[in-house]
Design a protein around this ligand. Structure first.
Ligand SMILES: [Zn+2]
Length: 76
């Protein structure tokens, strides 16, 4: 039986969030993401966490404060 993704509950959406973020489909296109402000906030926090974990290798997006880590503090 095909699943209607627009009928997903927040719980179902959040459970497959990792899967969705890892897929080729942009999360912004997901019907539940579009419909649910709670999950939008959740995804945004999740993505920020991932970007931070990756060490800010990605280009800073508009509206986001770029964090530069060019200079590591030297242990003297
Ligand atoms: Zn939701």
């Amino acid at each position: 039986m095909p699943e209607d993704v627009s009928q997903l509950t927040c719980d179902q959406f959040q459970r497959r969030l990792c899967e969705l973020l890892a897929s080729d489909q942009p999360i912004e296109e997901h019907p539940h993401y579009k419909a649910c402000i709670l999950c939008r906030y959740l995804v945004r926090g999740f993505e920020e966490m991932i970007e931070r974990t990756l060490g800010e290798q990605l280009d800073p997006k508009d509206g986001q404060e770029p964090k530069r880590k060019d200079d590591w503090p030297e242990a003297t």
